[in-house]
Structure formats: structure tokens, C-alpha cells
Write a protein that binds this ligand. Structure first.
Ligand code: UDX
Ligand code: UDX
Length: 479
């Protein structure tokens, strides 16, 4: 096997794992090794119980694993054997020092560069897969070249645009693949080498090549624009509630304009996930660094509105439930940051649950994919309470009916499809009355539930109060 056709990826996470599985599946002649310092994670990738839930991923991994896809903790051998090394380690928002709360922590990325330089036994192409601040490649180059031992390193930026929950489909058929590199001859050859990998299954016109800085910035900009759409809609959802407009009708009408488009206009309790907030804060930090304070303030509002939307949701719950939720049982339906993933990073559910716990509510949480361990550990971090204390107030349930049993309210925080068609008559009978339902994703059958007797509150909607007439009831039941 040609050495340049060996690929290594450092970081077996939500990005590295699925991306490498797709490359291995599409390119059986390329040996792909995913390495990670977390031995437990690597063990999971080598087992039947993958560390990540993602539709279609299991099949993809099983088809290539052991053939040309390998998971290992031997980072040094992975680096030595590969011609192309992807760096896909996490870059969380800095929690200390200068830039705390907004800049990205690049410690992991720099450590990877130092390791690559230290153990390399030949020329390498180093690919930034992690989302990074613009001009990180400059620092990487300096670290690599200062420790090069006579070998040549080309740096490419190849940001990942997959969304969790649809990762396999996004990797299989991406809207675009972006590869940025140096404008030198060596940089252009490196770009071509990576283009050749993706061109095995991605139409050539969808593979875009740019300079390094455009590629790095494009990832931040894409995420900022997506998040901005959600915050725009969420801001307007408050106006819809105040005026009697229905946010789903408004966004449907607006989205019909082909210049606007219908995607990413769904009002919600707030966006979450490991990328949006982190990337916008990163953009804001970058703008301030370059003295562009107006630009920084503009983008910062996207995060401000998102935080406000979560607070607003909790306030509405408390107002509706007679201004107190102390001791009340609230069934939390969904804890992941979106459907079809077990990922809870920056999930709106964390902030909502923390606020409800501050008000001394009892929580009964159900999520089809998130483990009780993950729920409790996220809430322990968010509240600062030990898990042993939390367990007295947060009950993780194995099905939605148990969660709702005896509850004062339901709160839908993730848009899992199964929540749309629960037996709402049964649930209603098992709940305390009045039975409240707070739909943070606008997926519940509102008319039916109101007809059954629930007091339903949804994002960007204001329903008339009062019991339904028997005619309304019959109409809703038959709909
Ligand atoms: C991460 C970042 O969150 C994202 O910004 C970036 O675009 C890609 O990398 P993700 O794959 O979702 O995305 O992160 P995570 O699931 O946390 O995986 C990162 C992995 O890197 C972890 O398994 C961690 O153990 C590993 N790692 C981290 C190393 O192997 N070495 C390190 O030095 C640091
Ligand atoms: C995002 C980008 O979409 C992806 O291109 C990038 O590579 C990583 O960041 P991800 O965070 O996995 O992907 O999921 P995404 O589908 O973008 O959803 C992010 C959050 O926004 C979720 O909490 C989701 O529920 C929320 N959302 C999304 C809305 O509230 N409304 C919408 O209309 C769309």
C-alpha cells in the first residue's frame, strides 16, 4: 500500500469517527486509522456498542472495520504510517485566562502538532479538521517547522460541515467539501492529494479549494449564519406570542420566498450543540481582536437571544403554573441537543433543567438515546451539585409514560419523532390537573391535546384559554 494512501485521524469523536468511517467505506484501498488518547472510547469503537449514536453509522463502521478502518490508542504509530494526518480533537471555549468564555482553547491542537513533529519519519500533510480560529494554521506551521527534523509539513484546512443526527447522509452526499491550502506549489500539490480522496465519491464541482484563511473562516461563518437564522426566528417567536401570530405560519410564509428558503427556520427553545455557541464566540473574539467592535457586538446578539429564549421558556412555565413550581414534578421529554443523537453538549435542556431545579422542581427525564449517567453528569456540572444530591430531584426514566406519571407538566426539549404520537389520552389521565404541556419544539399535536384538556403552551403561539367545546373536541380527535 502506498504510504501516501495511509490516513490517520487524531480524535475519535463525533467528527473524526464518522468522517473516517466514510472515507474508509468509499476508498477500500486507503488504510484509515483513527487514534485517540481515550482508551475507553477506542474500545467502544472496536466493540458492537459504538460511542456515538448516529443513524447508519453502525453499518458503515461494520463494513470497513478490520478491513481498512482501524481504531487505536497508538497515536505515534498512526502518525508514522500515514501520509495524511487529520487533526480532529476538541477545541472547547477557553475557561481560563485571556479570552476565557469566548476564545477557543487550542491546547489540544498544539499538542497534536508537537507530537506529529516529534514522531514523524517523513513528509506529512496535516489537515485541520477541528474548527479553529482564523490563522491557526499559521501557528501550526510554526510549531511543526520549528520541530521538523528535516521533514516537510503541508497544512490544509478541511472543515467538517456534517450535522449530528444526519452525519452519515451529510458525509455521503455533502453540499460541498472545502479544502484550503497554501498558494505555494507544495501547498497546491497537498490540496490536490486531498481532493483526490474526496473525488472518489463527491462530484468534483462540489469540492471547493481556497486559501487557508478563507477555509478556516468559512466554517465559522457558515455556523454563524445558521445560528443567526434560528436566533432571528426565536426573537420573532416572542413577537408572535404577543400579537397572536403563529410562528410556524409566519416562517412557512417567509420561507416560501426562494431567496430566504425554508430550511433552518424552526423556532425552538434554543439551539445547542458543540459548535454554534462556541463558533460564534470565537468569531466575536476574532472581531474584537481586529478592533471590529460593531461587528463583534452584532454577532454576539445571536448568542444573547439564544440565552434569552431559554430563560423566556422557563419563565413562561413558571408564570403559567401559578408562579411556583417548587416541589412540582415536571416530565422532561428529550435531553439531547437535537433528535437522532445522544450528544448533550450545550443542549438547551441543560439550561432549562438547571433553571427548573433552581426553582426547586422535581424532574423526571426521558430521552431515547441519552443515558441517565450522561444526564446526571451534565446537570452536576451545570448546577455544581453532587450526583448523589441530584438523584433525589432528577429521576431518569426509561419511557415517556413513566416520566409523565403523576407529573404536573410535560416539557418537550428535543424534537424526537416518537413524542409526536404518544398516547396523550393515557398520559393526561396519569398527570395532575390542570395538566400543562410546554412544547419547546412545536412538535406536539396541539389541537388534540387542548381538546383532551391539556393547557398547552408552545413557542411563538398563543392559544385561547378555556376548555374546548364538544364540537372542537370531536374535530381535534378525528384530525
Ligand atoms: C471536535 C470539536 O468539538 C469540533 O470543534 C471540531 O470541529 C472537531 O473536533 P467532536 O469530534 O465532536 O468535535 O469532539 P469530541 O467528540 O470531543 O472528540 C474529540 C476527541 O479527541 C476525543 O475523543 C478526545 O479524547 C480526543 N483527543 C483530544 C485526543 O485524542 N487527543 C487530544 O490531545 C485531545
Ligand atoms: C451544526 C451545523 O449545522 C453543521 O454544518 C456543522 O458542521 C456543525 O454545527 P449540529 O450542531 O450538529 O451542526 O446540528 P444542527 O442541525 O445545525 O442543529 C444545531 C442546533 O440548532 C440544534 O439544537 C437544533 O435543534 C437547533 N435548530 C436547528 C433549531 O432550533 N431550529 C432549526 O431550524 C434548526
Amino acid at each position: 500500500m502506498n504510504a501516501s494512501l495511509n490516513i490517520c485521524c487524531i480524535g475519535a469523536g463525533y467528527v473524526g469517527g464518522p468522517t473516517m468511517a466514510m472515507i474508509a467505506a468509499q476508498c477500500p484501498d486507503i488504510r484509515v486509522t483513527v487514534v485517540d488518547m481515550d482508551a475507553a472510547r477506542i474500545d467502544q469503537w472496536n466493540s458492537d456498542q459504538l460511542p456515538i449514536y448516529e443513524p447508519g453509522l453502525h453499518e458503515l463502521v461494520m463494513a470497513a472495520r478490520g478491513r481498512n478502518l482501524f481504531f487505536s490508542t497508538d497515536i505515534d504509530s498512526g502518525i508514522r504510517q500515514a501520509g495524511i494526518i487529520f487533526v480532529s480533537v476538541n477545541t472547547p471555549t477557553k475557561s481560563y485566562g485571556i479570552g476565557a468564555g469566548s476564545a477557543s482553547d487550542l491546547t489540544n491542537v498544539e499538542l497534536c502538532a508537537r507530537r506529529i513533529a516529534a514522531v514523524a519519519n517523513g513528509n506529512k500533510i496535516v489537515v485541520e479538521k477541528s474548527t479553529l480560529p482564523v490563522r491557526t494554521a499559521e501557528s501550526l506551521k510554526r510549531v511543526l517547522h520549528a520541530n521538523a527534523n528535516g521533514y516537510k509539513f503541508d497544512i490544509l484546512s478541511n472543515p467538517e460541515f456534517l450535522a449530528e443526527g444526519t452525519a452519515v447522509a451529510d458525509l455521503q452526499s455533502p453540499d460541498r467539501v472545502l479544502i484550503g491550502g497554501d498558494e505555494t506549489r507544495s501547498g497546491q500539490l497537498a490540496i490536490q492529494e486531498l481532493v483526490n480522496v474526496y473525488a472518489r465519491w463527491v462530484p468534483r464541482e462540489r469540492i471547493l479549494t481556497t486559501n487557508l484563511w478563507s477555509s478556516e473562516l468559512s466554517k465559522l461563518v457558515s455556523n454563524a449564519l445558521l445560528a443567526q437564522r434560528i436566533s432571528s426566528v426565536n426573537a420573532l417567536s416572542a413577537l408572535c406570542e404577543a400579537t397572536g401570530a403563529d410562528v410556524d405560519e409566519v416562517t412557512f410564509a417567509a420561507g416560501k420566498d426562494s431567496r430566504i428558503g425554508s430550511k433552518f427556520l424552526k423556532a425552538s427553545v434554543g439551539f445547542g450543540g458543540s459548535c454554534f455557541q462556541k463558533d460564534i464566540l470565537n468569531l466575536v473574539y476574532l472581531c474584537r481582536h481586529y478592533g471590529l467592535n460593531e461587528v463583534a457586538n452584532y454577532w454576539e446578539q445571536v448568542v444573547t437571544i439564544n440565552t434569552w429564549q431559554k430563560t423566556r421558556f422557563v419563565s413562561r412555565m413558571i408564570d403559567t403554573m401559578f408562579n411556583t413550581i417548587a416541589g412540582k414534578r415536571i416530565a422532561i421529554l428529550g435531553f439531547a441537543f437535537k433528535k437522532n443523537t445522544n450528544d448533550t453538549r450545550a443542549s438547551a435542556a441543560i439550561d432549562v433543567c438547571r433553571a427548573l431545579l433552581n426553582e426547586r422542581a422535581q424532574l423526571a427525564v426521558y430521552d431515547p438515546q441519552v443515558t441517565s449517567r450522561a444526564i446526571l453528569s451534565q446537570l452536576a456540572i451545570a448546577t455544581g451539585l453532587p450526583v448523589s444530591d441530584l438523584e433525589k430531584r432528577v429521576h431518569c426514566e426509561s419511557d415517556p409514560y413513566r416520566a409523565a406519571d403523576g407529573a404536573d407538566a410535560l416539557a418537550v426539549l428535543t424534537e424526537w419523532d416518537e413524542f409526536k404520537s404518544l398516547d396523550f389520552e393515557f398520559i393526561y389521565r396519569s398527570m395532575k390537573k390542570p395538566a400543562f404541556a410546554f412544547d419547546g419544539r412545536n412538535i406536539l399535536p396541539h389541537a388534540l391535546m387542548r381538546a383532551i384538556g391539556y393547557d398547552v403552551q408552545a413557542i411563538g403561539k398563543s392559544f385561547p384559554t378555556g376548555a374546548p367545546t364538544s364540537a372542537q373536541y370531536s374535530e381535534a380527535i378525528s384530525a
